[in-house]
Write a protein that binds this ligand. Sequence first.
Ligand SMILES: [Zn+2]
Length: 405
Amino acid sequence: MNGSFWANPQTHVKSLNKHVVVDLIRFVPGGISRAELSRHLGLTRAAVSSIINDLSGAGMVQEASGSNSSGRRPAVLEIVAEQGYVVGVDMGATHITALVADYSARVIREREIAIDINLGPEVCLEQLDRVVQQVVAEAGLQMVDINAIGLGVPGPVVIDRGVVSAPPIMPGWDDFPIRDTMQKKWGCTVRINNDAELGALGEWAYGAGRGESNLAYIKVGSGVGAGLMFDSNIYHGTTGSAGEIGHITLSENGPLCTCGNRGCLEAYAGGNAIAKRAMEEVKRGRRTQLVGFGDFYRITAKDVIMAARNGDLLSQQILAEAGSHLGTAIASLVNLFNPSIVVVGGGVAQSGDLLLDPIRSTVGNRSLAVAAKAVRISSALLGRRASAMGAVVQALSHSLHQFVE
Ligand SMILES: [Zn+2]
């Protein structure tokens, strides 16, 4: 605690309120006016005006143009978009998505490449650097124009050290200084989070969960993970591994999982498990369109989703079973955590209602009525962009709050 806090507590309170005002302007769906701010914060109109004058004097906030045109609603406030730029990156097991966004979180440019996380940090971080430099150049910017970069990784993150800790699907990455390496390379602040946490944050800020306080985001990709928002904040847990729903045990003697245990949700419902199941059925001689997909040792979850959409019964059945397993685990999560919304995202969620309907009915049957009635189960509105948009939120939080004294 520094001296100025005690010397002038009123300045400190005003500064705290400024941070809250900045976040309300960023995140209230439909925007917020001066009058609504004063009601929401219990501050006088004069106090709110003083805060807004400071923020607009710093070039951060302005009255949204055109928001007054109906004459029924006072002008809402907005962040000045052109004030600066950030990058949001989602690094998954098999892809990197990088977005350049302005300060209003509008995406200017996007690029996605395929990677293999098993190749380890030296190779993958080189690819990461290249795709970020590329997307920044395509946006007509230089790295010095980028104020901060948010980065999602598919493992448990130790936030204050910027490393991943014993990640089940990232061999060779344990304790590697990801944040420090990239900060040195990029010359700006880098914030690292778990990819499912960022999916939760992205969907909460700009997607299906806008305006909700308690949200769970389930990322069904090659593996299965969850991000949790409690009272509009990411819940990391003690060591950053909260939300590892993929390693909840569904059956004590079930199939072997990447984490070394048996019968985990991920071993039944992750993309890799779905692909494996399909290959086994094809080998067994089941009638299916998947036979036409060529080498059945290379059937992917994507192939299963495509065939299911095409009316293939086996593929539909495999996805429905995965959905029902997901529903069993989500029902426990709903009982424990009582969220108002569960958002299902990640590559496998591209199968839509084929996966969501069995999730909904299993949650309805298996969780307590009082919790099941309160929860909405929705697919991710931001689709594959959810985690990268969460990374944009993190980068913007750093950039915008940096300027508030
Ligand atoms: Zn496991």
